[in-house]
Design a protein around this ligand. Structure first.
Ligand code: E4P
Length: 217
């Protein structure tokens, strides 16, 4: 499973990129607002830092506006992916960009039928929002499983990008359910490496090693 980081904070992206853990980046208007920075400037910086796909979301709700904004964003860098909402206008814009060879990420997906439409529109990625479904007592992971089955039934190449991830368990469950990618907040990516027994074991090894009085170098 590929790992994308879900943030617009360049320093966080840079740190994870240095660990070699990043396959791409997703942003959304809320994350851009939280960063307090200029949208296009941030996207350009991220694209210069990360080789993989970087999702930049249109703000327009209308087809013409989405096309104009998406074309503008696509010029920032080769690895920009145009993020479009799962509406009829967004699906039409998705078809437009796909035909032009520009990658797309169709976002705010909450049903398998929406995911089916995105695949038919040629989306590169579909983003089902797990956490927001869990928030309303619907199992987000069932959605991933349903989309996986439908895409496999018909050989759709659209990649399932598990989004709105809120916990380490979401990452594991999404991987088990067959998501192609998970976009994950930075703190959760780093937390995946943690285990109390790893810390305890390391502490003991360090103590025993010190008692040997040896050095490796
Ligand atoms: C990613 O593409 C989504 O915009 C993001 O994962 C949404 O996460 P949230 O529901 O925690 O805001």
């Amino acid at each position: 499973m590929k790992f994308f980081v879900d943030t617009a904070v360049v320093s966080e992206i840079s740190e994870l990129n240095d660990y070699g853990l990043l396959d791409g980046v997703t942003t959304n208007p809320s994350l851009i607002a939280k960063s307090g920075r200029d949208f296009k400037e941030v996207i350009a910086e991220i694209c210069a830092l990360v080789e993989g796909p970087v999702s930049a979301e249109v703000a327009s709700m209308e087809y013409d506006g989405m096309v104009a904004e998406g074309e503008h964003l696509a010029k920032i860098a080769k690895n920009v992916v145009i993020k479009l909402p799962l509406t009829l206008a967004g699906l039409k814009a998705c078809r437009y960009f796909t035909q032009k060879g520009i990658k797309t990420n169709v976002t705010l997906c909450f049903t398998a039928n929406q995911a089916l439409l995105a695949a038919k529109a040629g989306a590169t990625y579909i983003s089902p929002f797990l956490g927001r479904l869990d928030d309303i007592n619907i199992d987000g992971m069932d959605l991933i499983r349903d989309i996986r089955e439908i895409y496999d039934n018909y050989g759709f190449e659209t990649q399932i990008l598990a989004a709105s991830i809120r916990s380490a368990n979401h990452v594991k469950e999404a991987a088990l359910a067959g998501a192609d990618v998970a976009t994950i907040p930075p703190s959760i990516i780093k937390g995946l490496a943690n285990h109390v027994l790893t810390d305890k074991g390391l502490e003991q090894f360090a103590k025993d090693w010190a008692a040997t009085g040896q050095t490796i170098l």
